[in-house]
Design a protein around this ligand. Structure first.
Ligand code: NAI
Length: 461
């Protein structure tokens, strides 16, 4: 019996070819396969994955299975799946539930299916926190407690309906599943915010590894990844001439820095909005004009949100915009732009994930991926090389949780710096980088071991 829901299994061969190419750009994952493939430290692990089902993620899945894990997978966004990657994974025998353009109800149903190991799941690999949230909310509902508010309000009814369905089908399932989970590794800033929030409220029942804040994740994927994939998404969506345009990047954190660099590299004149004075000063000193959205709403051509915050581009801003202004988000959730407030306007669908919306003034805006992360909705996300660094951290986190989970109390943890440096080291050769070595005198002089770690934990890179 087939245990997958994908677009078309006939796409598997195409997916496999792209997967073969991706592997040549993912030295970290391949090194882990070589190092641990025989020992199989994940034998007995049953991992639920909730992360964009792309070609790069397929390479992650095959690394986890090469290390002995059983894996079931769903995408963490309705638009981010690459159907040929999902097909290749399905054909390999790994259950996967992901279709580009699936509905929200399907999103939560597919997530539920990814938990359905016959013996039950014991690990979560999450991106944005939906898998973790699902189990925790369900267990609260089973205990008769109010379920904690879901930040994405338009998803709340869908989530509640899915939880009610599972509770009716298998009473007690959520509580049993929650109690069997050894831990979660979380990929992204927004998911990490959720985890720290749960921890603060005393609601996190298992250890969580914050993969995002490995230096080799957030200072690479969030930054250099977006530097490549933001403009890729805008181009595939609109084919607009970027050079000479005025682009506004809301937020100058890691994703904002990469996004501003991406647009600047394409020749756009980039302006930045920020609430944090440190990031605002960084933007100014990187050469970007720091403005408020109100100042530029009526004059800029391209607007991109990167904040991980809600209601950043609001209806009042969109009403001011020029005809054919492009509006998109690269942060994790779609609530950065008030898309719901546009629903009663005239929408013209141009193609998948590109809509033209007419404002009361008669001006039209081009909205990308309905406000969902556009680098994965309109393009194919980050390149393999940078995802190799992120996913090498993910695999190390899963090994840590599976083999040493008992050593951790419930809480949020970061991988040790030695592992972070190991991840970077595994990626040097591919870019032809030659590392210098410290003499013992030099190491003693700056107070570090000659073989590392080379920095204190509070060093900021
Ligand atoms: P970050 O915390 O480093 O940066 C966010 C920045 O936005 C901060 O500097 C903050 O001060 C600023 N900000 C917050 N509210 C604002 C407002 N109202 N106006 C202007 N600026 C505001 O977070 P990071 O790592 O840059 O991530 C941002 C988002 O992108 C998160 O949702 C994260 O999950 C997501 N992400 C998306 C990726 C993708 O491929 N699309 C890759 C990595 C992260």
């Amino acid at each position: 019996m087939t245990d997958y829901i994908i677009k078309d299994i006939a796409l598997a061969d195409y997916g496999r070819k792209e997967l073969d190419i991706a592997e040549t750009e993912m030295p970290g994952l391949m090194a882990l396969r070589a190092e641990y493939g025989e020992a199989k430290p994940l034998a007995g692990a049953r991992i639920v994955g909730s992360l964009h089902m792309t070609v790069q993620t397929a390479a992650l899945i095959e690394t986890l299975t090469a290390l002995g894990a059983d894996v079931r997978w769903a995408s963490c966004n309705i638009y981010s799946t690459q159907d040929h990657a999902a097909a290749a994974i399905a054909k390999s025998g790994v259950p996967v539930f992901a279709i580009k353009g699936q509905s929200l109800a399907e999103h939560w149903d597919y997530l539920d299916r990814s938990f359905q190991f016959p013996e039950g799941a014991n690990l979560i690999l999450d991106d944005g926190g939906d898998a973790t949230l699902y189990v925790l909310l369900g267990a609260r509902a089973e205990a008769g407690e109010d379920i904690i508010p879901v930040p994405e309000s338009d998803e709340e009814t869908v989530i509640k309906a899915q939880i009610a369905k599972r509770m009716a089908q298998s009473p007690g399932w959520f509580t049993k599943t929650r109690d069997a989970i050894l831990g979660v590794s979380e990929e992204t800033t927004t998911g990490v915010h959720r985890l720290y929030d749960l921890q603060k409220k005393g609601l996190l029942p298992f250890p969580a590894i914050n993969v995002n804040d490995s230096v080799t994740k957030s200072k690479f994927d969030n930054k250099y990844g977006c530097k490549e994939s933001l403009v890729d998404g805008i181009r595939r969506a609109t084919d607009v001439m970027m050079a000479g345009k005025v682009a506004v990047v809301c937020g100058y954190g890691d994703v904002g820095k990469g996004s501003a660099a991406s647009l600047q590299g394409a020749g756009a004149r980039v302006k930045v909005t920020e609430v944090d004075p440190i990031c605002a000063l960084q933007a100014a000193m990187d050469g970007f004009e720091v403005v408020t959205l109100e100042d530029v709403a009526d004059s800029a051509d391209i607007f991109i949100t990167t904040t991980g915050n809600r209601d950043v581009i609001r209806l009042e801003h969109m009403r001011e915009m020029k005809d054919m202004a492009i509006v998109g988000n690269i942060g994790h959730f779609d609530n950065e732009i008030q898309v719901a407030s546009l629903r009663n306007h005239k929408w013209t669908n141009v193609k998948d994930q590109v809509d033209m919306i007419e404002m009361p003034s008669g001006n039209r805006i081009i909205l990308l991926s309905q406000g969902r992360l556009l680098n994965l909705g309109n393009a194919t996300g980050h390149p393999s090389f940078v995802m190799s660094a992120s996913f090498t951290n993910q695999v190390l986190a899963q090994i840590e949780l599976f083999t040493k989970g008992d050593d951790y109390k419930p809480g949020v943890y970061i991988l040790p710096k030695a592992l972070d440096e190991k991840v970077a080291r595994l990626h040097l050769e591919k870019v032809g980088a030659k590392l210098s070595t410290l003499s013992s005198e030099q190491a003693a002089y700056i107070g570090v071991p000659p073989e590392g770690p080379f920095k204190s934990d509070h060093y900021r890179y």
